[in-house]
Design a protein around this ligand. Structure first.
Ligand SMILES: Nc1ncnc2c1ncn2[C@@H]1O[C@H](COP(=O)(O)OP(=O)(O)O)[C@@H](O)[C@H]1O
Ligand SMILES: [Mg+2]
Length: 245
């Protein structure tokens, strides 16, 4: 089953060509690692996959939905099925951890449910379960801004766990973490999509982490795909070639 399909996708920002004629198909059960130097187009590609950045040219279909001209309810429904983890975590600082975890369900909830949950968190058991999986359930009622960087990253993963998305997109989720915690977070993300009907696309700074956590690697350079192969078929030389100056 195909979860995302890009055909001939070009993205321009003014005179900058961020992506140039990308063809990419992500199937259910895949864990795809994006590699490439800064400016290669990794974040832009994740934005296109997440229906946040419209292509200047080409067609994009995500979870069976063509994303051009997608608005309102349909856009919200699609985004609810896509889980994103950013380099800079989109956590709301002053509120308690429980609310940031429950934010994973905002797309699924009505405005009324969302407001009610701010007073009395809905489905606390589900939040506790998610926080246990990332080992910070003792922080559930703390104001989010009192958490360390690593703990905040775990909150972001817990939010993803309660959202239960079909497609997980993560943009350098390990970048601001110490190596051990980075590996843990990427493993947790890979676990979220462990079932055969989901997929993960993750950009990673560290090629060895990408090798360890992904079964397919896509090398990007200057907005183009240099390789797209099973991890076991990607050689060190191929990886080096995308980073070479
Ligand atoms: N919103 C934007 N406005 C203008 N240029 C952008 C924007 N986003 C990305 N770019 C440019 O597009 C290219 C690809 O960027 P990006 O996708 O962020 O690469 P990566 O994530 O691999 O570092 C870069 O040249 C970058 O400067
Ligand atoms: Mg980036």
């Amino acid at each position: 089953m195909t979860l995302a399909q890009l055909s001939g996708v070009t993205v321009r920002f003014g005179d900058t060509v961020a992506l140039a004629g990308i063809d990419l198909c992500v199937g259910a059960g895949e864990r795809v690692g994006l590699l490439g130097p800064s400016g290669a187009g990794k974040s832009t590609l994740l934005g296109v996959l997440g229906a946040r950045i419209p292509p200047s040219e080409g067609t994009v279909t995500v979870l069976g939905t063509p994303v051009d001209h997608l608005r309102g309810r349909a856009a919200r429904a699609l985004r609810g099925r896509i889980g994103t983890v950013h380099q800079h975590l989109a956590l709301t600082d002053p509120v308690r951890v429980v609310h940031n975890v429950n934010a994973g369900r905002l797309a699924e909830w009505s405005t009324w449910q969302a407001l009610r949950s701010l007073v009395s968190p809905v489905d606390r058991a589900r939040v506790v379960d998610a926080l246990q999986q990332v080992d910070i359930d003792d922080k559930i009622d703390q104001p989010t801004h009192t958490l360390s960087g690593g703990e905040r990253q775990r909150v972001a993963v817990a939010r993803l766990l309660v959202q239960d998305p079909d497609l997980v997109l993560a943009d350098e989720p390990a970048a601001s973490l110490d190596p051990e915690l980075g590996r843990l977070v990427v493993r947790l993300l890979a676990d979220v999509v462990a079932s055969d009907d989901r997929a993960l696309v993750v950009s990673l700074h560290d090629p060895s982490l990408a090798r360890a956590s992904c079964d397919r690697l896509v090398g990007l350079r200057s907005g183009r795909i240099v390789f797209d192969d099973a991890t076991s078929d990607v050689t060190e030389e191929m990886v080096d070639s995308v980073y070479r100056r």
